[in-house]
Write a protein that binds this ligand. Structure first.
Ligand code: CMP
Length: 149
């Protein structure tokens, strides 16, 4: 997905949630909310990849610790499809700080702090396209759909 498409978003289950064995429960919430998982893999980011992925935050005081955390152990990266995918996933995730997250959201249930907040989701269609191509270069996201029809 190198070009910007509506109805797709990128998401990452972060190291805290992976270590706590919450992958299955979080994927279940995502699917029950109507998202189709069109690409998924588990991997561990190198520190350099983490710095690149979060480069937009490089001026923020939490940048170094954020990069160290995200590269500390495996993550699950995925591409999700649904109408209004970006906005609907952010609603399902809840506020960045779990203290402010609405009841029933992923971060309210699984996050333990603003630093260890369980899940990342793209903030726009543009970001979704660039984050997707970062982790799934050249991936044909329609493959799953084509193989089931
Ligand atoms: P995420 O959606 O992955 O985007 C950047 C991450 O930085 C964010 O989730 C938080 O986990 C982390 N972070 C730490 N401190 C802050 C802060 N003050 N504001 C925003 N994000 C923060």
């Amino acid at each position: 997905m190198n070009k910007i498409q509506e109805n797709y978003t990128f998401s990452m289950i972060k190291p805290d949630a992976v270590q706590a064995n919450h992958i299955g429960a979080m994927l279940s919430m995502i699917e029950k909310a109507g998202f189709s998982i069109d690409a998924i893999t588990m991997l561990q980011l190198t520190p350099i990849v983490a710095e690149h992925f979060y480069a937009v935050h490089s001026d923020r005081p939490f940048y170094k610790s954020l990069c160290a955390f995200i590269a500390s152990s495996p993550v699950v990266v995925m591409v999700l499809q649904k109408e209004n995918a970006v906005a609907d996933l952010r609603k399902l995730m809840g506020a960045t700080n779990p203290v402010e997250a609405a009841e029933g959201t992923i971060r309210k249930i699984f996050a333990t702090s603003i630093d260890y907040n369980a899940i990342h989701g793209s903030d726009s269609d543009e970001t979704a396209a660039s984050e997707t191509s970062f982790f799934f270069p050249g991936c044909d996201l329609l493959l799953k759909k084509a193989s089931t029809t």
